[in-house]
Design a protein around this ligand. Structure first.
Ligand SMILES: NC(=O)c1ccc[n+]([C@@H]2O[C@H](COP(=O)([O-])OP(=O)(O)OC[C@H]3O[C@@H](n4cnc5c(N)ncnc54)[C@H](O)[C@@H]3O)[C@@H](O)[C@H]2O)c1
Ligand SMILES: [Zn+2]
Length: 470
């Protein structure tokens, strides 16, 4: 089992107290290509079960994991005489919901999943989140093994133990902390990942290195553009990049694990890896077509770098190094929706999730070091925004991030259908309907804020009447 709970009972003056702790034991394996018959480790895990149940995603609109890898996986398990039962789910954010969850539960049920038998989950953060949550719930807790196939999956989603799904328009509203038994990390999957997804994931590596690892930062400065264009050395003829890529990947994961493992339930709120994640949750969902996560966090980080420079925490050369790297790989550095209203509302929203403090992670004197700011006034936020926009306009006139918006692959349906459904509003959660939330506040609510009634109506531009669930 990947986790075990034990507790003891103590007598108290008024009754009893149960005191316990959960023991966790889960492993990461660097094996590549994981589905090559020369690598028997994964197959050996399934030998005792005499079969493997696999959950994987397939898309109607773009490249997908089942379409590309199902045959290879079938061959792999056939080589070891292990029969496979497939559950192919629809990928995309609109399918990160209860229907997909139920679909996976039905599959486990009809196949008669045996206690302790681990379900094999193959795919990006979407599949590992929703299938992981189904495993967290099935018979109260079932085992699973993850094989992430996107850069976000490899260095972020599959490093964490968070699983979950969306409820209507509310992102990740239902979920659990549920560790898998094993995670197989194989970066050769990046070979087939669309470049927009590779760029998206690179923003998370930039995040980790900016505030927590100077060596990874320096490697990204040197090779960032080539890495994105060549799938981190996995495109043909780019093998010379593999050594740098491997160092970045392994160190990045190592830093994430070391920073987050003492705080797996995220009760500690000064989180280095929250750099870039203060204003971006609201910003990501504000445009009609949402921004890709990596672009939204990069705008948040770029603004933070302007702030760090303005406060004397970074010098001009360091600021320029940041902007040169992120623009060379095509990440967004500003957006028309990133305006005064958004920055004030999003700051209030994020503070409620951080016990009333700002806790803004920001590089401290050099890349790889981090401090937390708690004293930024609305005036300073707005003044910094002016400085940021003026700098971007002057230094990078006409620059726009490449593939900045989600596409059918991220959504699970084509963008026009998505927009039509969005305007129809029938999928609006009760909290939004009841409180008449709109505009930037709607995005803040979708990202995690709770609208509060008062007069009952929150209107665009009104500040103060928003709170966020802890
Ligand atoms: N649990 C966590 O801590 C955590 C962290 C970050 C993100 N997430 C979640 O992850 C989700 C996003 O995941 P993602 O960015 O990995 O995207 P994704 O899983 O939606 O995959 C993006 C697209 O790439 C395709 N794809 C995946 N691997 C491929 C490959 N190797 N080759 C070709 N195509 C491939 C998918 O079919 C899909 O079309 C979000 O729902 C987010 O909330 C969770
Ligand atoms: Zn993120």
């Amino acid at each position: 089992m990947s986790s075990d709970l034990t507790a003891e009972v103590q007598q108290t003056p008024t009754g009893m107290r149960v005191l316990g702790a959960e023991k966790l034991d889960y492993r990461f394996h660097y094996i590549s290509p994981v589905f090559d018959v020369s690598h028997a480790k994964l197959a050996e895990t399934y030998k005792p079960w005499k079969r493997v149940l696999i959950v994987i995603d397939q898309m109607d609109y773009s490249s997908d994991v089942a379409g590309i890898y199902k045959e290879t996986i079938d061959k792999y398990f056939a080589h070891f005489s292990i029969p496979v039962a497939w559950k192919i789910i629809k990928g995309g954010e609109i399918n990160k919901n209860m229907d997909t969850f139920n679909d996976i539960v039905d599959f486990m049920d009809s196949e008669g999943l045996v206690r302790k038998e681990p379900v094999l989950v193959v795919g990006g953060g979407l599949v590992t989140d929703v299938a992981g949550y189904a495993c967290a719930s099935y018979r109260r807790s079932s085992n699973f093994i993850r094989v992430p196939t996107t850069l976000i999956g490899l260095i972020d989603a599959s490093v964490s133990i968070k699983v979950g799904l969306n409820h209507k328009k509310l992102k990740n509203r239902l979920g659990a902390y549920h560790a898998p038994m094993d995670t197989y990390l194989d970066f050769s999957f990046l070979k087939t990942l669309p470049i927009g997804q590779v760029r998206n994931g690179t923003a998370e590596l930039i995040k980790i290195s900016t505030c927590a690892d100077k060596r990874v930062w320096d490697l990204l400065v040197k090779h960032g553009k080539d890495l994105v264009e060549n799938a981190y050395g996995h495109k043909e003829g780019a093998e010379h990049l593999l050594a740098a890529a491997e160092e970045i990947e392994k160190k990045g994961i190592d830093v994430m694990l070391k920073l987050e493992s003492p705080n797996l339930h995220e009760l500690g709120l000064d989180r280095v890896i929250a750099f870039g994640h203060s204003w971006s949750p609201t910003l990501e969902l504000t445009p009609k077509v949402p921004l890709r996560h990596g672009h939204a966090i990069n705008i948040d980080m770029a603004y933070s770098i302007t702030l760090a420079h303005k406060r004397g925490l970074l010098n001009e050369a360091q600021r320029d190094e940041y902007f040169n790297l992120v623009t060379s790989i095509g990440l967004s550095i500003d957006h028309e929706c990133f305006n005064e209203e958004l920055i004030v509302i999003a700051t209030q929203a994020i503070m409620k999730t951080r016990d009333g403090k700002q806790r803004l992670a920001i590089p401290d004197g050099e890349f790889g070091k981090c401090t937390f700011l708690n004293d930024i006034t609305d005036e300073e936020l707005i003044e910094t925004l002016k400085v940021h926009k003026a700098f971007v306009k002057e230094r990078y006139p006409g620059y726009e991030g490449v593939d900045a918006y989600v596409d059918a692959g991220d959504l699970g349906e084509d963008v026009k259908t998505f927009l039509a459904a969005k305007e129809d509003g029938s999928n609006e959660p009760e909290s939004m309907k009841k409180n008449g939330v709109n505009g930037v506040k709607k995005a803040a609510v979708a990202a995690g804020a709770v609208p509060v009634g008062g007069s009952g109506k929150l209107t665009n531009g009104e500040t103060g009447a928003i709170k966020v669930a802890a």
